[in-house]
Design a binder for this molecule. Structure first.
Ligand SMILES: Nc1nc2c(ncn2[C@@H]2O[C@H](COP(=O)(O)OP(=O)(O)O)[C@@H](O)[C@H]2O)c(=O)[nH]1
Ligand SMILES: [Mg+2]
Length: 256
């Protein structure tokens, strides 16, 4: 089979209710694009019939990976990104909080040479149509302060679930990742930048879906994981830093 130009990786934990609408929306969107596309759904130990829904909606170009028990969003995305075959690989949440219609903005950045384009709610031009609860937004701001301080200076939102990688950047970054929880985005971006890959933050639309699977405990663990990434980097787990990273964090300018 010819290689897909785009893989859409969807981590799914108990998404039987949200997945059908998401998949039918994606199917409609496929008709508007000429890209050869595959969808990879990763059922992360769901107990609610997610796999059945995915199989029923499935068809050509939709594949399902399953594991039990639940391992976390990081594990699910990593598995999907490494199994995907597309020349470019998008990870997106099952609730399409960032609509798939935003994809061309990210594609454009890869056309212009970026290795990774990440959807962002915190840069000029972003449009938050439905906000997260105030405590999540506040926690997100504190989290980002720490992310920038410890690991990724200059990136204002690493937690939006909509990110596009070239095949090479995806294999490189996710191949080196260790974390299964919610800091996996930070880890993948940290590794990508360490290898000297250019990351661009792109303003996107966000419509929060209140049916969140994120628990407060999971949020706490995410903070601890930031220190873990620093520690693993110090231990050499992510390999040596590329010259451009060692010289000061990759490309100059606000978009890195
Ligand atoms: N919370 C959570 N989400 C997971 C897990 N594994 C995969 N996911 C997926 O991660 C995505 C984001 O989850 P969501 O609850 O919408 O997060 P939120 O929008 O940040 O509150 C969804 O596609 C989930 O199905 C997991 O173990 N826990
Ligand atoms: Mg959500």
């Amino acid at each position: 089979m010819t290689r897909p130009q785009l893989s859409i990786v969807i981590p799914a934990y108990n998404e039987a209710r949200r997945l059908p609408e998401t998949l039918s929306h994606l199917n409609r969107w496929f008709r508007s694009t000429t890209l050869r596309t595959e969808v990879v759904i990763v059922d992360d130990g769901s107990t609610d019939g997610t796999a059945k829904v995915a199989r029923e909606a499935g068809g050509e170009g939709i594949s399902l990976l399953r594991h039990t028990p639940n391992r976390g969003k990081g594990y699910a995305v990593r598995r999907g990104m490494l199994a995907a075959r597309g020349e470019r690989r998008l990870m997106t949440d099952a609730d399409l909080s960032t609509p798939i219609e935003e994809l061309p903005r990210l594609m454009r950045e890869l056309d212009h040479g970026a290795a990774v384009a990440i959807g962002s709610r915190a840069v000029a031009g972003a449009r938050i149509e439905v906000h997260q609860p105030a405590y999540r937004e506040a926690m997100g701001r504190v989290f980002n302060r720490l992310v920038q301080l410890l690991l990724l200076p200059g990136l204002k939102d690493t937690q939006c679930g909509f990110k596009l990688f070239t095949a090479r950047a995806a294999a490189e970054a996710f191949g080196a990742c260790r974390l299964d929880g919610f800091s996996f985005d930070v880890e993948a971006l940290f590794v990508a930048r360490r290898r000297g890959r250019r990351i661009v933050e792109v303003p996107v639309v966000w419509r929060n879906d209140e049916a969140s699977r994120v628990s407060l405990g999971g949020g706490g663990a995410a903070f601890a994981d930031l220190f873990r990434i620093r520690f693993l980097a110090w231990r050499g787990v992510y390999g040596p830093a590329a010259a451009s990273e060692a010289a000061g964090g990759g490309e100059p300018g606000p978009s890195t």
